[in-house]
Every structure is written in structure tokens, then in C-alpha cells.
Design a protein around this ligand. Structure first.
Ligand SMILES: [Zn+2]
Length: 289
């Protein structure tokens, strides 16, 4: 059975660890996350991305994760990652998501708060957890067309502690993604997290804090961020990179195009499992259930 993200994060916050949240696009990714979480006794926090949830993707992905959760003994949550459309969030909740992220981080403060409040009012009525973003976590790759804020000075997009207080009051959001120096995607240069800013935020905010752009951030910086109050860290590139890298190598060795997929995916599955286990160990979520 699926559980809400709120209870998962409450335990992480109380016990000073972070839960790695993994974006899953298909069955292989889902199974790798669930299997390793079960082996490590870690809460399993899976996330869906809009691009994988188009059309029948929405009911099929939610049905798959929900049904799969019955075969594991660790708590499982399926969280909608980076949604910007309120109507889509409502459809996702109806389809079975137990947690949603409304990302209004590129909007002006007032608009972000107003729309987030609309989402929390709806979601809370359905027992669903809401994560929002304040400040803006950009994309690491230079010239990435997916980012709506370009050529930004990272300092300008860091989360402001004063705004956090007002935002939480206005929205009653359950978890807050903050910008303290990470970026989405693959880093061209190692990030330096602003732990000083994180401390200023934790001093005024009692809600669980979320770090996006966890892939590629050095483990020692992650550990410090967790010690200073981060309870959920989003991981996409490290797992998908393991999957694609191993798949590419394997396919280069295969002569027969009609080779059985179970064999084609063999190394990719192993590589994903290693990447997932490394995050669970680095963030301290093993042995928690
Ligand atoms: Zn993100």
C-alpha cells in the first residue's frame, strides 16, 4: 500500500537522515528502487515525471507503482515531481499519487504562493502531501533549453529566509524545496552548497526541507546538508546515467538485434542498483524500517 510523503519525511526529520527520492520512468527503474530499498530496509520514495505521464502513462504508472507496493514490506510513496499545471496535479491525485510537487519557482513570489496555496487546499482535502519550491534550482548544463531562467547568477536565485516564513504561512505547504547551490542535471563544475543559508532557513522553518539536483553533488556536502536539516534529496541523473551507460556498453557487445530484453538490461539493472544503494547509504536511510 502507498503511504503519504508527509509521514516518511517526519521520521527522517526526527531522526536526522534524508530519504533519497528517485525519479522512475519505467518498470526497470521502479523495480530497481523497490528491490534495493527492501534489501536496505529504507523507505521507498519514487517520483514520476510529467513526460512519462502523458495520456495513459498517468493511470498506468500510478497503477503499476501502487500494485507493486503490495509486494514489499517497506513503506512506498509515489510523488509527482515538478508539476507546473494545477489541473494536471488534480488529475494525478485522482489517479493515485499520494504526494505532489507544485513548482512555481520561476513565478514571482506572490504568484508562487497563491498557486501553491490553491494546490495545498485541494491536496490536503485528499490527504495528499505537497512540496513547493522557493528560490530556483536551475539546470547545470550550460545552454539547457529546458530552463526558463537563463544566464542566472546563482546568488540571485538562492532561497531567502524571510520569504520562507511568509511562504509557509500563506501556503501551509508540507515540504519545501530550497535553492542553496545545487542544480539539476550533470554538473560541469563541482557545486559548493551554501550551508550558512541552509542554517538561516532551518532556524525559521519547521517544515521538512528538500534538495533538488542531488546527482553529482559530493557525498560530504550532502552529508553536511543532511546534518543541517535536509530530509529529502532528489536523484535523477545518477540513476539514469547508470542505466544508459551500462545499456550502451551492453548493446555494443550484442550482435543479434532480437536478443531477449532480460539479457540486454542485465548490466543496466546492476548499475542502477549500485547507484541507488550508494545514495541510501550516503543519506543514512538504510535500516530505518
Ligand atoms: Zn528538481
Amino acid at each position: 500500500m502507498l503511504v503519504s510523503m508527509k509521514e516518511m519525511l517526519a521520521d527522517a526529520k526526527a531522526n536526522h537522515y534524508a530519504i533519497p527520492a528517485f525519479d522512475v520512468s519505467n518498470y526497470e527503474m521502479m523495480k530497481a528502487v523497490l528491490d534495493v530499498c527492501e534489501e536496505e530496509r529504507s523507505p521507498a520514495l519514487l517520483m514520476g515525471l510529467g513526460v512519462d505521464l502523458v495520456g495513459k502513462g498517468l493511470p498506468l504508472m500510478t497503477s503499476m507503482v501502487s500494485a507493486a507496493s503490495d509486494f514489499y514490506t517497506v513503506p512506498v510513496c509515489f510523488h509527482l515531481d515538478h508539476a507546473t499545471d494545477v489541473e494536471f496535479i488534480k488529475a494525478a491525485v485522482a489517479a493515485g499519487f499520494r504526494s505532489v510537487m507544485f513548482d512555481g519557482s520561476v513565478l514571482p513570489f506572490e504568484d508562487n504562493a497563491k498557486k501553491t496555496a490553491e494546490v495545498t487546499a485541494f491536496a490536503h482535502a485528499h490527504g495528499v502531501t505537497v512540496e513547493a519550491e522557493l528560490g530556483h534550482v536551475g539546470n547545470a548544463m550550460v545552454g539547457n533549453e529546458n530552463d526558463s531562467i537563463k544566464n542566472e547568477d546563482p546568488e540571485d536565485t538562492l532561497t531567502l529566509p524571510d520569504e520562507v516564513v511568509r511562504f509557509v504561512e500563506m501556503t501551509d505547504v508540507d515540504a519545501l524545496a530550497i535553492a542553496i547551490g545545487t542544480a539539476h542535471g550533470v554538473y560541469l563544475k563541482t557545486p559548493t552548497l551554501r550551508i550558512d543559508r541552509l542554517d538561516e532557513i532551518t532556524a525559521v522553518c519547521d517544515r521538512p526541507l528538500v534538495l533538488h539536483g542531488g546527482s553529482g553533488t559530493p557525498d560530504d556536502q550532502m552529508k553536511m546538508a543532511i546534518e543541517h536539516g535536509i530530509t529529502k534529496i532528489n536523484i535523477f541523473s545518477d540513476v539514469v546515467g547508470a542505466l544508459n551507460g551500462a545499456l550502451k556498453n551492453k548493446l555494443n557487445t550484442i550482435q543479434n538485434p532480437s536478443t531477449w530484453p532480460a539479457f540486454v538490461f542485465e548490466d543496466a539493472r546492476k548499475a542502477m542498483r549500485e547507484a541507488i544503494r550508494a545514495k541510501i547509504h550516503a543519506f543514512g536511510s538504510f535500516g530505518r524500517v
